[in-house]
Design a protein. Structure first.
Length: 419
């Protein structure tokens, strides 16, 4: 595609390309923000099933408003294709993390699983079953927020749209009942989450084989090996999700999320204890109870002071210093939620500022080109006006000052000649 603009969306880059269409990174020229624009070639759209899947994904996502589900802004047609406009994400897919065996702590992996379960629990509460959960459809933003993508084969729990006996989705992560073409429900997504967690903690697929038939046979008949590098309680959650009988799995994604949250709390408690009690035997011999209480009070006062300062810096829009102050809190209390929220908020604001600065720089560059063109055409007053508009946005812009100065000088010379 050679076009550089689709309606109000200016194409910046290609994010991905496949047989069904292209996903572009675009700038919404009205709202000045990046978006992801997913297209479907209308040659494929002539296929009723493919077209319906594309439109169904947009409609389903448009009605799912949750932190862990990608947000849809618009669904339209343009020239020879139709498209969905979604929020633009920066980070990497879970598939990439697994493929590259990126070193993550058990706690980080559990947090990813918790957010997946949270997003799917919300979808289920709205009557939507995903049916194609896999690492490629899980995206981890740079700030650690998990986003669930691709509801293209999702099914409304009350819908009869998909014929019984039809298999849709990715084989390696499907539940046994889904492979048999039986009715699927929320517990089929739970099986898929279990398969994703297995791969996260082992870097191997739970039902790896050299052929599709063998994979399907393993899913239906075999139980994968326990994960040696994962603790017993993590294995326990994973294998409950992977139970062949849906009745033996977690009965809801909400129940799964609760189990993961309890395990995260236990892991954090262990981590906190191991840090808090380093050299405890030595300090207990030196300090009496009063001294320990005094230190705890001093620690609390330090934390409160850093939090107060971080909040004030945030109000003053001094974002980098606010982050530094909040990080000082985490050095003293690595589980302080208030400090984590301040850091998250400040980083989000910084990102927005950076994007605004990029757009501002682009606008100034275009205006300088326009001012030069007007100058070259002899439209000195128009060139001056353009430079004035630039200087209102960027008072120290040297190029705008120079062009304006030259234009004023030439106008004065012209007036002097007339007199």
């Amino acid at each position: 595609m050679k076009i550089r603009k689709i309606n109000k969306y200016e194409i910046v880059d290609v994010i991905g390309q496949g047989s069904m269409g292209v996903v572009y990174k675009c700038i919404d020229t009205v709202l000045n923000r990046y978006v992801a624009l997913k297209t479907l070639n209308l040659q494929l759209a002539s296929n009723p099933e493919i077209r319906e899947r594309f439109y169904r994904e947009a409609k389903i996502l448009a009605n799912l408003t949750h932190t862990n589900i990608v947000q849809v802004y618009e669904l339209k047609e343009f020239e020879n294709f139709c498209y969905i406009v979604m929020e633009y994400l920066e980070g990497e897919s879970l598939k990439s993390i697994i493929t590259n065996k990126k070193p993550l702590s058990h706690l980080s992996k559990l947090e990813i699983a918790r957010q997946i379960a949270s997003g799917i629990a919300y979808a289920h509460s709205k009557g939507v079953i995903h049916r194609d959960l896999k690492p490629a459809n899980i995206f981890i933003r740079e700030d650690g927020v998990v986003k669930i993508l691709d509801f293209g084969v999702a099914k409304l729990a009350t819908s009869d749209m998909t014929a019984k006996g039809t298999i849709l989705g990715t084989i390696s992560y499907m539940a046994p009942e889904q492979l048999r073409g039986l009715d699927v429900d929320e517990r089929s997504d739970i099986f898929s989450i279990g398969a994703i967690m297995y791969e996260m903690f082992s870097y191997n697929k739970p039902f790896h084989a050299t052929s599709v038939t063998e994979v399907m046979s393993k899913i239906v008949n075999k139980t994968p090996d326990y994960i040696p590098r994962a603790p017993k309680d993590i294995n326990g959650i994973i294998f409950k999700c992977l139970a062949k009988n849906p009745l033996e799995r977690y009965q809801s994604a909400e129940e799964l999320r609760t189990a993961i949250e309890e395990l995260i709390a236990k892991q954090k408690q262990k981590k906190q204890k191991s840090k808090s009690f380093i050299d405890h035997s030595i300090t207990s011999q030196i300090l009496n109870v009063k001294e320990q209480i005094k230190k705890l009070k001093e620690l609390k006062n330090k934390i409160d002071a850093h939090i107060k300062k971080a909040k004030q810096l945030l109000k003053e829009d001094n974002l980098k210093e606010a982050i530094k102050e909040a990080e000082k809190v985490l050095e003293l209390d690595n589980a302080n939620q208030e400090a984590e929220k301040i850091i998250e908020k400040a980083k989000r604001f910084l990102q927005l500022k950076q994007e605004q600065e990029k757009l501002k720089g682009k606008w100034i560059k275009e205006k300088l080109i326009e001012a030069n063109e007007q100058y070259d055409s002899g439209n000195l007053i128009k060139a001056c006006e353009i430079c004035e508009s630039i200087l209102k946005v960027d008072p120290s812009n040297h190029d705008a000052k120079v062009i304006k100065s030259i234009c004023i000088k030439k106008i004065k010379e012209f007036l002097e000649r007339i007199e």
